[in-house]
Write a protein that binds this ligand. Sequence first.
Ligand code: URA
Length: 246
Amino acid sequence: MVERGRQRLDKVLAHMGFGTRQEVKKLIREKRVEVNGELAKDPGLHVLPGRDHIEVDGEPVEYRQYIYLMLNKPQGVLSATEDRFAPVVVDLLPPEYRAFHPFPVGRLDKDAEGLLLLTNDGKLAHKLLSPKKRVPKTYFAVVSGIVTDEDVEAFRQGVILDDGYRTMPGELKILRSGPESEVELTIYEGKYHQVKRMFEAVGKKVTYLKRIAMGPLMLDKPLKPGDYRELTEDEIKSLQELNPAR
Ligand code: URA
């Protein structure tokens, strides 16, 4: 019987980004893989990730189950893992990250950009997306039309969307008011096209939208559209420790 947690060596190495199962088998045939100091000969050898010491080309393989990436999603890319017609966010990642099968936590519209968390940690994703958690999301938007203090008040009360739904209170900050206004809006839910529809509800149109924060995560200023980085241990912890809303 296979001890709990043990997995095939070729599967572990493929998961860690060393290629497809076939490519990993080739590495093993080429005598480039060692397990606990011994040359590995059998791709089906059962190893305990994190306990057995695995080396490829003399370099220790650091095993991990989850990855957490902050991406600055560019415009024109879908928040999805695959699509027949349009480029998707995981296409922006190198194979060593794609090997973990990350997916976007929530969605940004195709024409929106900014902070998108990519992970393969389903439990954390579920928690962040749960309406009960009311995770705040902050957006910078350029809005066609003069945004007024009345709009700030309307958003604070909640506005009625085109389908009759009344939104939860949102915090609207006017950065610049004019024919092309600039604002920051924090909302605690994630209805379809919510920011755009909230502005439509007050007779205005969002012409540019960028998410700049999600819960405790802030989009890094130097991260250009299309760039990504791994979250730090502290950032991961702050997401895991998010408390349920009152
Ligand atoms: N609200 C929108 O309208 N679009 C997004 O992508 C996110 C929030």
